[in-house]
Design a binder for this molecule. Structure first.
Ligand SMILES: [Zn+2]
Ligand SMILES: [Zn+2]
Length: 354
């Protein structure tokens, strides 16, 4: 089977042949049907994220947004069978630690990052092994397009948890999303589906237009105003109820919080880059004086995927709406390179592996 390997940071991935995987007793092997390319891949590709142990080692296979078909099943697996179509979360859970037993598999103490950490080779490949499949292999509903749901296990579920569970967006609330990459655009779409009035903020016209297509009532071009937060406060009659920083750089994080009204809720999904090394400075006094709530949001417990599947079934959300391109395995490197200058719009999905 073929896979795209990280041989040097910031260099094109090498396409190499490997032996097929065999399922371990608790796991399955999936043939990859599609795999999204995400800014998290870029962070790994440039060699970031060692400060929380997500820097991929050289020789690792990247890719963490797959949907696949089960082709080999370990003897202890009970919930999926050969031929099942599955979504695969980017953060494999052990299924037995305290967080897992309390329903927080997304925060598993023994978490293994697909396509980032040793022991979890990624999905820019024809096949991927999925450990603890009874926890980590999420069976997809009938009839969904594998390309459209690639990313279900990363950007889409993360945006969903941020908006539905963390911010708990309710009808008519103003929601501002800073950074309209894959997560940001997914969040615009989800927040709109939940009844929010969404404002998208970015520097690129194409991303702003895509946010409008996905349901944003207004957008702010951050390159055209001196203070994007002030622009949002003026659109929202005093500030948004909910803000999301989907990017993780200091400007977006601070502006998102400064866009909020009194008692607003901020959701942080974007992670930092090498320059910040895990830290952004925050508008501390405004957080105190306005009783701003700050929520971190990471992944989604697999049992909660059902909520998204029901919304898809009843046409309330469409994960395929943020997919812009179908590409081949050999095109991934170009996409990663383009992300250095934020030159990609929407989500490219690898669907050709041969
Ligand atoms: Zn991702
Ligand atoms: Zn666990």
């Amino acid at each position: 089977m073929k896979a795209a390997v990280l041989e040097a940071y910031e260099a094109p991935l090498a396409i190499r042949g490997f032996d097929s995987y065999e399922a371990d007793p608790d796991g399955v092997v999936a043939r990859i049907d599609a795999c999204g390319v995400c800014r998290s891949d870029w962070h790994g590709w440039v060699g970031s994220w060692e400060w929380f142990d997500f820097k991929p080692p050289l020789g690792h296979v990247l890719g963490h947004e797959p949907s696949g078909t089960v082709i080999d099943v370990g003897e202890n697996v009970e919930t999926v069978v050969e031929g099942d179509h599955i979504a695969i979360p980017f953060n494999f859970a052990c299924g037995h630690c305290g967080q897992c037993r309390n329903g927080y598999e997304n925060l598993c103490a023994n978490q293994l990052g697909l396509g980032f950490q040793e022991g979890a080779p990624g999905a820019f490949a024809e096949e991927v092994p999925v450990p603890n499949a009874d926890t980590n292999a999420v069976r997809l509903p009938e009839g969904v397009d594998p390309v459209e749901v690639a990313g279900m296990g990363c950007r889409f579920m993360t945006a969903y948890r941020g908006m539905a569970h963390k911010a708990d967006v309710s009808r008519g609330e103003y929601v501002v999303v800073f950074g309209l990459g894959g997560i940001g655009l997914s969040a615009v779409h989800v927040a709109d589906a939940l009844g929010g009035n969404v404002i998208g903020v970015d520097l690129m016209d194409e991303k702003l237009s895509m946010a409008e297509e996905l349901g944003a009532i207004e957008t702010v071009d951050a390159s055209a105003v001196t203070d994007p937060a002030a622009a949002v406060r003026s659109i929202t009659d005093g500030g948004a109820h909910v803000s999301l920083d989907a990017l993780g750089i200091e400007e977006t994080c601070r502006s998102a919080i400064r866009s909020l009204r009194t008692r607003g809720r901020h959701v942080q999904i974007g992670l930092t880059s090498k320059e910040q090394y895990g830290f952004n400075s925050l508008p501390t006094d405004a957080i105190v004086m306005n009783e701003i709530q700050i929520h971190g949001s990471s992944g989604l417990p697999p049992a909660k995927y059902e909520e998204m599947f029901r919304m898809i079934e009843h046409d309330q959300i469409d994960p395929g709406a943020v997919v812009t391109d179908r590409i081949g395995l050999e095109d991934v490197s170009d996409e990663l390179e383009a992300m250095t200058n934020y030159g990609t719009v929407g989500i490219p999905v690898v669907s050709e592996f041969a």
